[in-house]
Design a protein around this ligand. Sequence first.
Ligand SMILES: Cc1cc2nc3c(=O)[nH]c(=O)nc-3n(C[C@H](O)[C@H](O)[C@H](O)COP(=O)(O)O)c2cc1C
Length: 211
Amino acid sequence: MNYEEHRRNYVLGGLRRENLTDDPFALFEKWQAQAIAAELKDPTAVSLATQEPSGNLWQRIVLLKGLSEGGFVFFTNYESNKARALAQDNRGALLFPWHELDRQVTASGHLNKIGDDESDRYFASRPRASQLGAWASDQSRPIANREALVSQYESAEQRFGNGIIPRPAHWGGYRLVPEQIEFWQGGEHRLHDRFRYVHTPSGWVVNRLQP
Ligand SMILES: Cc1cc2nc3c(=O)[nH]c(=O)nc-3n(C[C@H](O)[C@H](O)[C@H](O)COP(=O)(O)O)c2cc1C
């Protein structure tokens, strides 16, 4: 396989200072809407990096489920590896890889659990199979084989029958409140446009960065 030949030019257009908004979330929402309109697969997928108690770094994709209280919200298992990492060190970083639009958005900040009521509301809106999945999976823990996993799912099915499935206490949302957000738009001749917003006591300060 030839890795070296895989490259392309980024010609979809630039990001100029006049395109920026004072509040980076306004620009984020515009770009997120464009990613959805462009029918990207998993347009809200975002890679989340955390630091584990051992000091090792890890990352994984989660789905963005909303913006609120100045942060990015996603849902997961509160006993997963990522949750254990966050219990020790609640810093994290996000990366939205919007290749088809020649864009990436990166952010870093601190994460905290969202309110139970917010998690209840979202959990109630999920398809039943996803609700059962949240009960069935002891996320990030080893399991002997797939049959055992399916059997955990079937136990959850039996437990709840046709009744309402409550949110498990071990499942809910986190919010990453960014201290920095960067917007990257690919440009010709590798002269990409990068704008980094940094949150300061007097508000957001934005700088163009060299590519
Ligand atoms: C497209 C995609 C979307 C995903 N969305 C979520 C999600 O919203 N929440 C979640 O907990 N895991 C999600 N996952 C699985 C995670 O990437 C990861 O495997 C899981 O959360 C366990 O991570 P951890 O062991 O580091 O805690 C998704 C994976 C992919 C590929």
